[in-house]
Design a protein around this ligand. Structure first.
Ligand code: GDP
Ligand code: MG
Length: 685
């Protein structure tokens, strides 16, 4: 049997107690187990592993652990973390056990069901201190109870079945002889759900795993069983996805005792790209003690016919411990300056965001001031987009470029009116006029054009198009209501009650204005039906042009010269059936041409009036009616009362809480790293 010297003795011998600040962490000597021939020293055997206690690395590890404990990852700041991954039963928990020298739940099937953060902490007192932290609780436990305690905590976090959870559990191990290391043990990867496991267990585990190994600052400790072909390991496949070159992957090959054949070839061939190298180990088997397990491991690699050929620098738990300590130290030294910078940046970002949030209103006066400010800023926005045509506020939202959209709607309306009126195909030309003239005959001179005939036609025509102006009013006010509501909602967005009240006020006001517009439009239409009048000289010009062709038209029809005649300024018409009305023809022609010239005026008037009315309504809405309506909705009889405004919107409350929590967390984090900044300055370079 080969006994080992106690850690403290070795440490005292090997580590110079000078504190040469120029020395980098990587250069620090780290001791490992040293076999000693003197078997009488068995009583000195204290710890399963010996690692150096480096009083300069420890504060850095502590700082990182404190940051982890503060949940700084939630702020998007990644920490250097050693993540233990491996297929189910590859021996992850056993490796952690070996490193910590304590019993962990271990065995067949799924044991690790939540991320287990293990903080190993060398201390010189002989008794071991164990502490479990989860869900804000901190529970002291002992070496004999730790397995049970972990199982109980796991059940609390992940339920009684075989399901898994992403809420981590922290196990702090303060023990003489353990390496200063923090590692995360994750549930093992399993392809096929066992009885009682959710169907998507593989995806669930994969998600947790990916979350931990994707960040560049994570070190992947890939646990592989010597009994399997490494190229078929799921854990290798996953780590290769996030670390192709393997530069942050270290492999631990377990169960060396069970598959010694070809092991050396396997780790030297490196078929699976392990950048940080392999360490072959043999863990505790059955109820063995750690001491026995380490001794057996040492003996195995010393004397086994095949295993003894493997280079001593890549075998045994002590070597693994030493490598991990080095990797962790250099990763922390490399990353801490960036982490400190990120903490400071995040903190100032959050503080400035917090300062931009509206403050919580506490009095009537404050609420009133806020209300007035919101109304006037909403009015200003509405003026900009609806009247001035300035839309910088909504650069990318075309719907909010209102003046342009309104003109488009007006143009469409005008186009529709014109299209609707020119449906006349040239058939039945003058037939309607002739019929009306026949019916409006009266005793009197024959060559007077009866005005009633003209009015009857006018009324018919106006009636036919009257659905268009009405539809247009609907369209316009629907649009305006959307715009006004959107602007009000946005400006009142921090005050939930105010939002509701302004929305109501906006709705009531817009309905009122829509009704007014509708009445005005109907009036316009009725006015057009009642009288024919214009002072526009275009009417006369147009009519003269058309009536000048009257004589030739009548002549051509009466002498039956053509079936179709083209009237300049009007179009081609069919005249085949008109000869029989010889006597009414001139009047009918006159009637049609008057109407043609006049109708153009009517259509323009229907558009122009509407445009002016619209501008007038919008101006009145913004400059006169909006404010009293909102104030009345809040302060008037039956109003919600301004006190209601003091209640903030739930989303704002949440947002402010979240920011405050972040700021609190980041401030603490800043304090944590502040204390060690000068150390990093020495190590960083
Ligand atoms: P995990 O599922 O990856 O956490 O694997 P465990 O640590 O629970 O180990 C699975 C099984 O393999 C247990 O029965 C362990 O005792 C056994 N085991 C782990 N490491 C070794 C080793 O180095 N040698 C031998 N013989 N068995 C081991
Ligand atoms: Mg396990």
């Amino acid at each position: 049997m080969t006994p080992y010297k106690s850690s403290s003795k070795i440490r005292n011998k090997k580590i110079p107690q000078t504190s040469n600040q120029q020395e980098t962490i990587m250069d620090s000597p780290i001791t490992a187990l040293v076999p000693v021939e003197d078997s009488n020293e068995l009583s000195n055997f204290v710890a399963p592993i010996v690692s150096c206690y480096n009083d300069r690395i420890r504060p850095l590890i502590d700082a990182v652990d404190k940051l982890r404990h503060l949940n700084i990852m939630k702020e998007g700041i990644q920490l250097p973390t050693i993540v233990v991954v491996g297929d189910q039963s590859s021996g992850k928990s056993s490796v952690l056990e070996s490193l910590a020298g304590i019993s962990l739940p271990r065995g067949q099937g799924i044991c690790t069901r939540v991320p287990l953060i293990m903080r190993l902490h060398q201390h010189s007192a002989p008794q071991t201190e164990l502490r479990l932290e989860f869900n804000g609780k901190s529970i002291a436990t002992s070496e004999s109870d730790v397995s049970e305690a972990i199982n109980a905590a796991t059940e609390e976090l992940a339920g009684h079945g075989k399901g898994i959870s992403n809420t981590p559990l922290t196990l702090e191990v303060k023990k003489n002889g353990v390496p200063d290391l923090t590692m995360v043990d994750l549930p093992g990867i399993t392809r096929v759900p066992v009885h009682g496991q959710p169907e998507d267990i593989y995806d669930q585990i994969k998600d947790i795993l990916m979350e931990y190994i994707t960040p560049e600052r994570s070190i992947i400790l890939n646990v592989l069983s010597a009994t399997v072909d490494f190229t078929t390991c799921e854990s290798i496949r996953m780590s290769q996805v996030v670390d192709k070159t393997g530069e942050r992957t270290l492999a631990v090959v377990t169960k060396a005792d069970r598959a010694p054949e070809g092991l050396m070839e396997k780790v030297t061939a490196d078929d699976v790209n392990i950048g940080l190298g392999y360490v072959c180990v043999r863990n505790r088997i059955g109820e063995e003690s750690y001491e026995d397990a380490r001794r057996e491991e040492a003996r195995l690699f010393e004397s086994h016919q095949l295993l003894s050929k493997i280079d001593k620098s890549i075998v045994g738990i002590p070597v693994l411990a030493q490598k991990l300590v080095q990797i962790q130290a250099s990763s922390i030294a490399k990353n801490l300056p960036d982490i400190v910078r990120s903490i400071n940046e995040r903190l100032s970002e959050n503080l400035s965001e917090l300062s931009k949030l509206p403050k919580n209103l506490t009095s009537f006066a404050e609420a009133l001031t806020a209300l007035m400010r919101i109304i006037s800023s909403a009015k200003e926005t509405l003026k900009n987009i609806l009247i001035r045509g300035e839309f910088e506020e909504y650069k990318d939202d075309k719907n909010m470029h209102c003046t342009a959209r309104l003109v488009e709607m007006l143009n469409n309306y005008s186009k529709e009116l014109n299209q609707f009126s020119t449906k006349d195909s040239g058939e039945n030309f003058l037939i309607e006029e002739i019929k009306i003239l026949e019916e409006s005959k009266a005793i009197g001179l024959p060559n007077f054009l009866p005005r009633t005939a003209f009015l009857v036609i006018l009324q018919r025509k106006v009636k036919a198009v009257s659905s268009l102006p009405i539809g247009f009013v609907e369209t316009i006010w629907n649009y305006l209501e959307n715009i006004v509501t959107a602007v009000l909602m946005e400006h009142a967005s921090n005050y939930h009650q105010l939002q509701l009240a302004t929305k109501r006020a906006g709705h009531v006001l817009l309905a009122k204005m829509r009704k007014r517009s509708m009445e005005r439009m109907m009036e316009f239409v009725e006015m057009e039906k009642l009288t024919d009048y214009t002072c526009n000289p275009e009417y006369g010009t147009e009519w003269n042009k058309l009536i000048s062709q009257q004589e030739s038209f009548v002549k051509q029809v009466n002498e039956n010269l053509a079936q179709k005649i083209t009237i300049v300024g009007y179009g081609e018409v069919e005249v085949g059936g008109l000869r029989q009305y010889e006597y009414l023809l001139p009047q009918a022609y006159d009637l049609r041409m008057r109407m043609t010239a006049y109708w153009k005026i009517v259509l323009k008037r229907l558009v122009d009036c509407m445009a002016l009315h619209l501008e007038y309504s919008i101006d009145k809405l913004i400059n006169e009616e909006l404010e009293p309506e909102i104030v009345n909705e809040i302060l008037g009889p039956g109003g919600v009362g301004i006190e209601k405004m003091l209640e903030e919107s739930p989303s704002l409350v949440l947002k402010r809480d979240k920011l405050n929590r972040s700021v609190g967390r980041l401030r603490e984090a800043k304090e944590v790293v502040g204390n060690i900044l000068d150390r990093i300055a020495t190590f960083g370079g």
